[in-house]
Design a protein around this ligand. Sequence first.
Ligand code: CA
Ligand code: CA
Ligand code: CA
Length: 594
Amino acid sequence: MSKESYGICCCFLRSYKFGAAKAPQEIKELFTLYSHNGIMSVDHLYSFLKEVQGQGEITFQDVETILVEEIRKHRHLHPRHRKNLNLEAFFNYLYSDVNSPLASPSKVHHDMEAPVSHYFIYTGHNSYLTGNQLSSNCSDVPIIDALRRGVRVIELDMWPNSTKDNIDVLHGGTLTKPVELLTCLKAIKEHAFVTSEYPVILTLEDHLSPDLQAVVAKMVTEIFGDSLFTSKSESFTEFPSPESLKKQIIISTKPPKEYLVSKSDEVVQNDTQTGSNSLEDNGWGTEVDIKATFEDLYKRYALEDAESLDEDGLEDEDDNLKQNADPEYKNLIAIRARKRKGGVKDWFHDDPTSATRISLKETSLENAVISHRSDVIRFTRRNLLRIFPKAARVDSSNYNPLIGWMHGAQLVAFNMQSHGRPLWLMQGLFRANGGCGYVKKPDFLLQDSQDNEVFDLQKELPVKQTLKIKIFMGEGWHLDFKHTHFDQYSPPDFYVKVGIAGVPADSMMTKTKIIENDWIPTWNEEFKFPLTVPELALLRIEVHEYDMSEKDDFGGQTCLPISELRTGIRAVPLHDRKGDKYNSVKLLARFEFF
Ligand SMILES: [Ca+2]
Ligand SMILES: [Ca+2]
Ligand SMILES: [Ca+2]
């Protein structure tokens, strides 16, 4: 045990005990149960993994490999422990990376042969921006970063350069500093399939003359070559499957003028304020309380008449394409967006002869799902629906992605360079299915129920399963942070917020007590979460560092798809605000379903 000192007013030191992590009581008891005379043999570990960890598929051989690996890490062990685990080695195994709550290594395990419209797809918005929406630099770096995280939809806004003879990528009408289209395309070519083999969709917003479109066509064809997906037919009745499109780049046009500053300056300013506050809020971002969001929406809906909600929804389709577009360029476009016509009901008209894509602003989606919920869900079975952040999010913040997912929207487009709770949900969903960027939608979104009804999340549904979580302890902050990072004069005071993001009935957050002045806090607290739609539920974990007179400090977060959660005692790795995994910070928790 060592002592850690904190200077107070430069005149005296206050010291705190700082010891190595010790196994919680429940782990000690399990060790006693699965060992003999303080020794856990390969047989014991095998039984433990099957019975407590629910790893029914594990082989004796696998267990031997684990054991050898763990013993290698403990060379200092007494000779009688060189073929077995003692309590310390067992506890270290439970805390190791291989014992994570999601299968590791993770594999693609969903059926990948269904049409692309049957999947949620990891989608970026303004993928070339390094920071805010108004003045940040454009670069290929955030594009590479997104592709390496598994993002499968990259958005590029193309403009003529200053000499009008080449193409720049930038956020039109802003002070963002451009990057050449060529640089972006080369980066995409090099990094598209490093993390996932499944198709990458490029949504191109084009503000180009036909002769510059011809330059784009030549550039795209030369750079992507055989990996460029081209379709012989003008349209599909069903989109092809991700499996059939492996290692292919698909071009989709995105209607321009998404960024409508002129719309209402007043609204923009108001929203901007809430937006920037939310991101500055120590990096947590806005709370993603979907119950409150829906209550709010229904209140608003009751006040306004349905017709006024129909306004200002879809982006205007680029007429250039139909009229003067360069024919080579036109041929590259495999997924075409549909022109906006009529009211909400018309937007979601499902034409059986041709699958299409439409693009909606987050607030228009909110209105559409209140007034035309069934139409939206039915539409998204065969057609693609893209949702994008409202223009007021100049700070590159994001919105609650669950509203889109619950209604079948495949392309919920996010500012990936950002941070905060909505982004953590996005990263959480796409940890599923081997992190390949495509997650199969649950069946109830793809077909009507037996009584021919469309899935209704407002309806009271029975509890399908209950998740029980016990949070034992946390460790690793002392390795990943400076000792004065959290509190200047004392060790940190951690507590855990834990809960569910999902349909409104399942969404809730709760928290542990605060453990004061301890780098290795032990909570030993248990929580139960009844789930009516576990298919859409994400487990949310946030570690807060409590401060009496200030806002909580950020101590780590993660978000995990419930459908892939492994039961048993697991070491839960935590991530920073952006979603990058910390080297050492982990929680030890037990998960059970009943
Ligand atoms: Ca603090
Ligand atoms: Ca403290
Ligand atoms: Ca504190």
